[in-house]
Design a protein around this ligand. Sequence first.
Ligand SMILES: C[S@@+](CC[C@H](N)C(=O)[O-])C[C@H]1O[C@@H](n2cnc3c(N)ncnc32)[C@H](O)[C@@H]1O
Length: 249
Amino acid sequence: MSETGKTTHFGAREVREDEKAGLVHGVFSSVAARYDVMNDVMSMGVHRLWKDAMMDWLAPRDGQRLLDVAGGTGDIAFRFLARAPGASAVVLDLTEPMLAEGRKRAGAAALADRLDWVTGDAMALPFADASFDVYTISFGIRNVTRIGDALAEAFRVLKPGGRLMVLEFSQLPNAGLQKLYDLYSFAVIPRMGQAIARDRESYQYLVESIRRFPDQEDFAAMIREAGFGLVKYRNLSMGIAALHSGWKL
Ligand SMILES: C[S@@+](CC[C@H](N)C(=O)[O-])C[C@H]1O[C@@H](n2cnc3c(N)ncnc32)[C@H](O)[C@@H]1O
């Protein structure tokens, strides 16, 4: 048992809290080399539109310092810096092989003076209080063992007036549509994982972890609980994903 004896979920499985980060690290180490191509295939490119919608709402500005947590191969940071050439960004992720893929991407070298890659945990950020203007986390927070701890850390490292934005899978508003979407994801995504990345299990985890994540209203309440104000959300593709925004007032 862990020291506290607490358990949590890892997809559909119940695991000890202290086991989860290692399991998540295993999933993303295993998929890192195929991660970008799998995202395009599984979502039929739609994840790009969702990430662009995140940038539209965020409206990056020159001079801002972004922390993109669970930033993986850098999709959010690259977009942010493209929209604000006078901004800087740090990508933090638990899984070094994901960051290594990001560093190899076209354009990474040219951004070296305003883009840093840091290995670390969303629940214990290696940064001083009040050191960022913007905190983003895209398709990352559902993997974190204690979501409340990650949100508390986001609040701590943001400057007063700073903004949090979360992109995550969410819930469809209608039970029939949700059922259809579940059928698609449980039937198709693990098979695609097997065919393209030779890794069915990691993609089985992906679809199961999506089901376990709180719906739009419950997640908004967790963000408020962490201290954020003006909390709002927008559905993407009818709620398959959602953006949540909050401010450190
Ligand atoms: C689905 S990927 C998302 C990558 C990228 N943000 C995107 O939108 O394409 C999830 C990432 O979360 C990272 N991750 C999971 N738990 C984490 C934690 N506790 N702290 C930091 N990163 C974490 C994984 O290593 C993985 O790279």
